[in-house]
Design a protein around this ligand. Structure first.
Ligand code: BGC
Length: 759
């Protein structure tokens, strides 16, 4: 296991001692979010050292003009960027004439960050010799309200530890901000007005091109050493920057507290004319409640989340901390309250991946949200794609498909494709399969039989139409083949007959045909509407079934193994453990050309298919494939080790399952890939959850019944997980001695290792 500079604790993430070289990593790790907005853990006070400023508003993006060397027809015109939004957290302190800046102070001691995942509150404390006359102590607490989407709270306490201190406080909103990953250094924000009135700072802005309206607001108060609340700050506004200033003298030993309320009011949910009233109401109510009540509300909101989603691991605090970190971050990123939003691979913790939606949502995140929230949340995720179906059809049309065939984008904000590497944009088409599979998965898990007739069937038909046009019949093979694709393993491009893609395409064609027949039979009126709307041709489903039954799958000539793609056996199949350790990860050391020719697999590919369609294969077949592909897999996508861990647990390879679990769960906390400073791997955190619940817990729905097949890793004394299954809250506890399932539904039977278990 890698070592971390962070402390192990079951409920907390803790950093002790100030290390400027870790600032950017910690800014990611200690990020805060509430599903609607989020921010990296930047310091409130000035900091001249290396830092990555980031604060983001859900659903607000800029279409940054695509930058590629060689344009190809069909490329998207832009890459959607989640925007670094105006900074509302900033508070500068000048102490006896010297600016408080941890990069400049002659000494910084007792530095500590603590993210309490049980309450959602982030605390940073330190002592600093700001100048020869004065040493101060700071305790700063911050949270983004889980109850009120637009409210952030800062409580910043300053104490004069040694020497008296003449403090000049300047709390501000800074509108001059940029994205690090901007393609052309375009300005993203147009600030329309900056006003200060009645103590409220309000910066009203609109994004260029997309014209999203966002108001950044903040209000500052001071509690002086005598405990008196002071609100009459001097205001100033200049050039997109608003500030509120106040001086406070502290005798040695005295302290004062700055209270700052702020955040973003998003035009997606509020009319711009109401921004000011809304902001005033937010700060008024926050002040009336007071910091203690606000913190208590935050604790209660998190308690409600943990009540239905906590996972306990006994005897292994590193694993415990990691799974809670995953559940915490997934909830900070997306809470299912707003169907317009989705889950970016980095959530609100960085700019990479543009905050956009990937297949990660359907393939990885849906199971977590379905099982730990109301089923409506899973339905919202599916509805998001339904609402973008027209764009997916347009996207396919641009590539030459017709008759209502849809190709969902690899990366999107509003349904339009924004990825522009041809081998992914045009070829990594398996994403369509994950979207269809998610529809099946949702109905299978929740038993909600209304989604498919109302919406899902249109998505399934459009996807099946795509596959039917994307294959071609090969006279040579007497079968349908799929040429020029990229499978989940992006270390192979433009291959023919990627097994995973062919398999999921075959499944989609059959599933769509079956669902079409079911709807025609059970919902004749809806079906007759659809016949017209979709220009349905009577023999379409017959063609789909026929293609599915004649799909080609590459196989090993002498062993019972499906090959990842045509020609895979031509490679020099040396296991990944023969790669010198100083050449890993290969994507940071090898040329792309060498990677493409190598046999190394970036992430689960054939095994991704075995994971999704486990019931189609027997255990021996799974084992043969696992033993063939796992040694070649370098797991250089965060989405990979979790899938292999689940399969290893199925195969009783518990040591391997546990090693892969640690790799997936502590990826960010231990910074395995040396990139945590760019942001966290939010979507793979859902994979961490799956590794426990589906891997070690063996959760599966079979024939409409809930099954578990628990296996306890040797390093653990016991573990438990919680689930919402069709409206019933269930707790599963697994110890060395027994398995206990608790729920209050007399009609629900849970099967453990195939036997009905009493609750
Ligand atoms: C993976 C993709 C994934 C993307 C975003 C890439 O590295 O290969 O499968 O969708 O990251 O998480």
């Amino acid at each position: 296991m890698k070592s971390s500079y962070l402390k192990i604790h079951p409920w907390k993430i803790i950093e002790e001692d100030f290390d400027p070289s870790q600032v950017k990593s910690s800014e990611s790790i200690f990020s805060l979010g509430n599903g609607a907005m989020g921010q990296r853990a930047n310091f409130e006070e000035a900091y001249s050292g290396e830092s990555f400023q980031g604060s983001y508003v859900g659903g607000v993006y800029y279409p940054d003009k695509t930058k590629v060397g060689w344009w190809k027809n069909g490329y998207p015109e832009y890459f959607a960027k989640v925007l670094n939004a105006p900074n509302w957290i900033g508070i500068n302190f000048v102490v006896n004439g010297s600016i408080l800046d941890l990069n400049q102070c002659s000494s910084v001691s007792n530095f500590r960050r603590e993210l309490d995942m049980e309450t959602g509150i982030y605390t940073r404390s330190f002592q600093a010799q700001v100048n020869p006359d004065c040493k101060i102590e700071v305790i700063a607490k911050r949270f983004l309200s889980m109850d009120e989407a637009a409210l952030g709270v800062i409580q910043y306490q300053v104490k004069a530890l040694q020497g008296s201190c003449d403090l000049a406080i300047e709390s501000y909103i800074e509108g001059k901000i940029t994205n690090q990953d901007s393609n052309w250094d375009d300005p993203f924000w147009n600030h329309l007005s900056a006003t200060s009135s009645d103590g409220l700072m309000l910066l009203e802005s609109q994004t260029y091109k997309t014209e999203f309206d966002v108001a950044t607001y903040a209000q500052t108060h001071l509690i002086n050493p005598q405990g008196k609340l002071i609100s009459d700050f001097d205001q100033s506004t200049e050039d997109g920057r608003l500030s509120q200033s106040k001086n406070q003298f502290l005798n040695e030993g005295e302290q004062c507290t700055v209270l700052k309320f702020g955040g973003y009011i998003n035009g997606l949910n509020h009319a711009p004319q109401t921004f000011k009233t809304k902001a005033k109401k937010l700060v008024k109510e926050a002040l009336e409640k007071g910091i203690d009540q606000l913190m208590e509300a935050q604790r209660l909101a998190w308690a409600a989340i943990w009540e239905i989603s906590d996972i306990e691991i006994h005897g292994d605090d590193a694993a415990q901390q990691a799974i809670r970190f995953s559940i915490f971050q997934l909830n900070q990123t997306y809470n299912g309250k707003d169907p317009k939003l989705n889950i970016g691979p980095k959530g609100f913790t960085g700019e990479k991946y543009g905050g956009s939606t990937y297949w990660d949502t359907e393939a990885y995140c849906l199971p977590f949200y379905m099982a730990t929230k109301s089923h409506q949340v899973g339905r919202n995720l599916l509805t998001y794609r339904y609402n973008q179906l027209d764009k997916a059809i347009e996207n396919a049309q641009k590539l030459g498909f017709n008759q209502g065939a849809a190709l969902y984008p690899m990366v999107t904000m509003n349904g339009e494709e924004c990825h522009n590497e041809w081998e992914i944009t045009f070829e990594e088409i398996h994403r369509n399969g994950a979207i269809a599979f998610a529809i099946y998965n949702y109905e299978h898990y929740t038993a909600d039989q209304t989604y498919i007739p109302e919406m899902g069937i249109e998505v399934l038909i459009a996807i099946a139409r795509f596959w039917a046009q994307r294959v071609n019949y090969s006279d040579f093979r007497n079968a349908y083949v799929m040429l020029g694709v990229t499978g989940p393993n992006e270390y192979e491009n433009n291959v023919n007959n990627n097994w995973y893609t062919n398999y999921i395409a075959q499944w989609c064609l059959n599933y769509a045909a079956d669902q079409q027949a079911k709807i025609a039979d059970e919902h004749p009126q809806r079906w007759s509407e659809l016949v017209e709307k979709l220009a349905w041709k009577a023999d379409e489903a017959v063609l789909w079934k026929s293609i599915a039954s004649q799909m080609y799958f590459p196989k090993h000539p002498t062993q019972d193994i499906f090959l990842q793609q045509d020609g895979f056996l031509d490679k020099d199949l040396q296991p990944a453990n023969t790669i010198p350790p100083d050449e890993r990860p290969i994507n940071q050391h090898w040329s792309w050309d060498r990677i493409l020719r190598s046999p190394y697999i970036k992430q689960a590919d054939v095994l991704q298919g075995f994971y999704l369609f486990e019931s189609h294969f027997d255990k021996q077949t799974l084992e043969q494939h696992f033993d063939f592909y796992e040694p070649l897999t370098v797991h250089e996508s965060s989405l990979s080790p979790c899938i292999h861990s689940i399969l290893a647990a199925r195969l009783d390879k518990m040591q391997k399952a546990y090693e892969l679990y640690l790799q997936t769960s502590r990826l960010d906390l231990d910074d395995y890939n040396k990139e945590v400073e760019e942001g966290l791997h939010i979507t793979s955190m859902a994979g961490t959850w799956m590794s426990i619940v589906e891997g070690f817990g063996g959760l599966a729905v079979v024939d409409d019944q809930l099954h578990i097949n628990p296996k306890l890793p040797e390093a653990w004394n016991a573990f438990s997980f919680k689930l919402n299954f069709r409206g019933t809250a269930i707790k599963v506890e697994v110890s060395k001695e027994n398995v206990r399932v608790t729920h209050g539904n007399p009609d629900l039977i849970v099967y453990c290792n195939g036997n009905a278990i009493a609750s």
